[in-house]
Structures are given as structure tokens and as C-alpha cells.
Write a protein that binds this ligand. Structure first.
Ligand SMILES: Nc1ncnc2c1ncn2[C@@H]1O[C@H](COP(=O)(O)OP(=O)(O)OP(=O)(O)O)[C@@H](O)[C@H]1O
Ligand SMILES: [Mg+2]
Length: 482
């Protein structure tokens, strides 16, 4: 029943109820009809018996058996319902009857009235069928009794007819009720079906759909509440779409601004690097040449000693200036590629930090890398190594640069002190943005950034970047753009 449609449920409910009630009412009517039929059978049996009792009484007194026999036969013939007539002695034994032979099985040969007054009728299931026998005394039973057997066959046939009529009536009422129930269910369910369809449309994302409100009953109220809800949903979705679009635009603007910022920073670094290399380094180199020339023109050892120290100081300053120039913009990255640039970057760091064991592993042909991606890898490594030297107090640093068909993966792992989310947050508040800019730049190149660190258990920073910069992707290297 639970899986059936509402039409079927409606039909089962209404037709079932009508059938059940019809059956009860029909049963009660049949019972009443059968009772009244039995009553009328008994009273007609009594009429026949009473009339016979008067005439048969005379025949007995005159001992005219022949006339009595004839009277009984005639009476039986003229009345369809009379199956037999028995005249009995006062002691109940049969005097004469309409039976040619013995009494049929099931009928008592000797019978006395069960009560002195009132109608005496008894039901016998004989070989002649169900017999309702009415007994009337002749002269108060002094002469004898007349027993008239009324057959119930006719009555039962009538009752069967009535029963059939009742069943047919209930059947027709059920058919009419089923048609009406289906009609009613259709008109009742139409708005609900429309509501169901509208809900499915909303489920498919077609918000704002409305259903007709045809009445002010519960279904009408449901429809108008649905309409309000659907309208509200449409407005909310529209507002959300607008907000999402605004957010996307803002995100685009932010990415563009960040890109501009990084590009400007790279430009500035390159400019300062070139200036340091082309101008300051050249001037320092010239100073060194002059100092060497001056060395030969000095007279005392003391003067030469001082000049030597000036030359040493100048040479070390020149070295520092060159290192700063390289750090600011690695010319090797463009000339010899990422692998060489990384090795050259690490060389002086290894020398000045002999207590740290550096391990570098490079897999794949890095020459396919787009310039912004190579520069991003280089800058990330610089930031990670800078952080390790500044904060980690590490003994071991593992650097891994692996390239597959689509991406390049850089992983820098140290076994230092690690840090907490709180440390990183505090650094951000103090405008230390090394980690933040690493993450931002990775996302600008549509890459993935991950950071894994626990206090006392080291730090691992990994980035994955697509090898080729997408057409619509944001370029980081300003030089690439120009
Ligand atoms: N490898 C590391 N080991 C331990 N702590 C680290 C490591 N890397 C970063 N941190 C912690 O995370 C904080 C944020 O690092 P971030 O690079 O953003 O800033 P910074 O290095 O302090 O300053 P900036 O990079 O701007 O010069 C650092 O202050 C430090 O506490
Ligand atoms: Mg840093």
C-alpha cells in the first residue's frame, strides 16, 4: 500500500469502505427479510392448518377417511408452499397424511405440541429439504392435530434473488464510487502534482518557478507559501550570483595587483642588481687596479702594509657587492638554467654554514621550464633557505626538485625547531611576509603550496607548479611581459 500511487490509495480506501459498509447493511437487510419471510411462511402454514383443523375435525368425528384424504390432497395441490399435511391422533401418532408411503427421513412419526398455547412451529431438516412445520390442534387437541409442512425452498430461492440483487447493488455502487473517487482524486491531486513538478524544477536549479493558486483551502495556502518561498529563493540566488561575481572580480583585481607588485619588485631588484654590477662593481674594480699601481709607488713598508689592508677591504666589499647583485637577480638563471643557478646559490651558503648538511637532488630536464616558473622555484628556494638560516637552527636540509610531464615539484625540508600557526600569524602581523608571498605567487601561477611543520620536528615546504604558464595565467616575471 505504501508504494501505491495516491489514485490507487484513494480507490482502495473509498471502494473498500463502501464495500465493507454495503456488506454489513446488505447482511442486516437479508437477515430482516429472511426473518419476515419465515414469519409469513409460518402464518400462511398456520392459516392452512387452522382451516383444515375445522373441516378435518368433522371428518374424524364422522370417521370419513376418504373425504379427509381428499381434503388433504386438494389443500396441498392448491398451495405451492405446502409440502405435506399430516393428521395425527391426540397422542401424536400419525392418523393420515399426504404421503403415499412412510414419512420421509427427518420427520418425526409421533409429535406433540411443544407449548399448549401460541403458534407451534418447528424446523426439520428432512430428506424433503428444510421444512418449517406448523402444528394446530383439532378441538383443543381432544380429537387430534393437523401438521402442515411448509417448504423453505421457495423462500430460499427468493432470498437468494434478494442476496444477488444486494451484491449487484453494492458492486454498482462500488464502481460508481471508484469513478467518483478517481475524478475527485484527479482534481484533488492536480495542484499537488503541479507543486511536485515545481519542486523538481527547483531541485534542477530553475529557481523562481510559480504554481497557480486556485483555492484558499490548505492546498491553496501551500501553493501560495511555495510561490513566496520560490520567489525568495530566486532573489537569494540572484543576490548570491551577484556577490560571487563581485568577489570573483575582486579576486581578479587582487591577483592583478599582487602580480604588479611582484613584477615591480623583480624589476627593481634587477635594476639595482645591474647598477651594482655595472657601476659599483666596476668602480670598485677600478679602485683595486689603482691601488695595485699605487702599491709599487710607495716607499715605506708601513705605507704598503696600510695599502694592502685597504686593498683587502675593497676586495671583500667588491665580493659582497657582487653577491648582493647575484642574490637580487641571478643572471645564471637566464644564462645557464635553474639547476646551475641553484647550485651556484648554495655554494657560498654551504661554505659559510659548514655545520649544516645540505643535500640537493634534481630529477628531470629543467630546461623546459617557463621563465616565470623557474624564477618562482629559485625565489621559493631562496626564501626557504633564508628562513632555515634565520629561524630553524637545523642540522640537515634536504632540497628536492623533481619534474614530471606536467608539473615541477620543489620540496625543502629541514630538521630544525619548526614553528606554530601562532608564530606564523605573529610574523604576518609584524609584516614579515616571506611565507605569505610564497603562497600567493604559487597560486598566481596556478600551482599548489603546502606547509608541514611541528614545533621541535622541523619544517617541510613544498610547491608544485605547472611547467608551462597558461595563456590567461598571470605572468610574474615582468621581463617575460615586455
Ligand atoms: N624553516 C623554519 N623553521 C622555523 N621557523 C620558521 C621557518 N620558516 C618560517 N618560520 C617561522 O615562520 C615565521 C614566518 O616566516 P616568514 O618567512 O613569513 O617571515 P620572516 O622570515 O620572519 O620574515 P621575512 O621573510 O619577511 O624576512 C618566521 O618568523 C618564523 O617564526
Ligand atoms: Mg622569511
Amino acid at each position: 500500500m505504501e508504494n501505491q500511487g495516491l489514485y490507487v490509495k484513494f480507490n482502495i480506501l473509498i471502494v473498500g469502505t463502501i464495500f465493507f459498509c454495503g456488506m454489513i447493511i446488505g447482511g442486516m437487510l437479508l437477515k430482516t427479510t429472511s426473518d419476515s419471510m419465515v414469519d409469513s411462511l409460518i402464518s400462511s402454514g398456520q392459516e392452512v392448518a387452522s382451516a383444515l383443523a375445522v373441516t378435518v375435525g368433522n371428518d374424524i368425528l364422522l370417521d370419513d377417511r376418504f373425504s379427509m384424504q381428499e381434503r388433504l390432497a386438494r389443500t396441498k395441490e392448491t398451495n405451492d408452499q405446502v409440502r405435506y399435511i399430516i393428521v395425527s391422533y391426540p397422542n401424536g401418532a400419525v392418523l393420515t397424511s399426504t404421503f403415499v408411503q412412510d414419512l420421509p427421513e427427518g420427520l418425526p412419526a409421533v409429535r406433540l405440541p411443544s407449548s399448549e398455547h401460541g403458534i407451534d412451529s418447528q424446523l426439520f431438516a428432512s430428506s424433503e429439504g428444510r421444512i418449517r412445520e406448523v402444528m394446530v390442534p383439532i378441538e383443543d387437541g381432544v380429537i387430534g392435530y393437523v401438521r402442515v409442512g411448509m417448504g423453505e425452498k421457495q423462500m430460499m430461492a427468493q432470498l437468494q434473488d434478494k442476496c444477488l440483487q444486494a451484491i449487484l447493488a453494492v458492486f454498482f455502487i462500488c464502481v460508481i464510487a471508484s469513478v467518483l473517487a478517481t475524478r475527485y482524486a484527479q482534481s484533488f491531486l492536480r495542484p499537488i502534482r503541479k507543486l511536485g513538478f515545481a519542486v523538481k524544477q527547483i531541485d534542477k536549479g530553475k529557481y523562481g518557478i510559480q504554481v497557480p493558486v486556485n483555492s484558499s483551502d490548505e492546498i491553496g495556502q501551500l501553493a501560495s507559501t511555495f510561490n513566496n518561498m520560490s520567489k525568495g529563493l530566486r532573489e537569494t540566488v540572484d543576490e548570491n550570483d551577484r556577490l560571487v561575481k563581485a568577489l570573483q572580480q575582486k579576486e581578479k583585481d587582487r591577483a592583478w595587483l599582487i602580480n604588479q607588485l611582484f613584477s615591480a619588485r623583480e624589476d627593481e631588484r634587477r635594476r639595482i642588481s645591474r647598477e651594482l654590477h655595472d657601476e659599483s662593481s666596476q668602480s670598485m674594480a677600478s679602485i683595486l687596479t689603482y691601488l695595485r699601481v699605487l702599491h709599487d709607488k710607495l716607499y715605506t713598508d708601513e705605507q704598503r702594509e696600510m695599502l694592502f689592508e685597504i686593498r683587502e677591504l675593497t676586495a671583500s666589499t667588491l665580493g659582497s657587492i657582487r653577491q648582493i647583485a647575484v642574490d637580487l637577480h641571478p643572471p645564471l638563471l637566464e644564462d645557464l638554467g635553474l639547476a646551475v643557478a641553484i647550485e651556484k646559490y648554495l655554494d657560498p651558503i654551504k661554505k659559510s654554514n659548514p655545520e649544516i648538511e645540505f643535500k640537493l637532488e634534481i630529477l628531470g630536464n629543467l630546461s623546459q621550464l617557463a621563465k616565470p616558473v623557474a624564477l618562482m622555484c629559485y625565489r621559493t628556494l631562496q626564501e626557504c633557505i633564508g628562513n632555515i638560516l634565520k629561524h630553524a637552527r637545523a642540522k640537515k636540509v634536504d632540497i628536492k626538485l623533481v619534474m614530471d610531464d606536467k608539473n615541477v615539484h620543489l620540496t625543502v625540508r629541514d630538521d630544525g625547531v619548526g614553528f606554530t600557526e601562532q608564530d606564523a600569524k605573529q610574523a604576518r602581523l609584524n609584516r614579515h611576509l616571506g611565507l605569505v608571498s610564497m603562497q600567493e605567487r604559487t597560486e598566481l601561477l596556478k600551482g599548489r603550496f603546502s606547509l608541514d611543520t611541528t614545533r621541535g620536528h622541523g619544517t617541510e615546504i613544498a610547491i608544485s607548479l605547472p611547467i608551462a604558464v597558461e595563456e590567461e595565467g598571470v605572468e610574474i616575471d615582468h621581463e617575460e611581459k615586455s
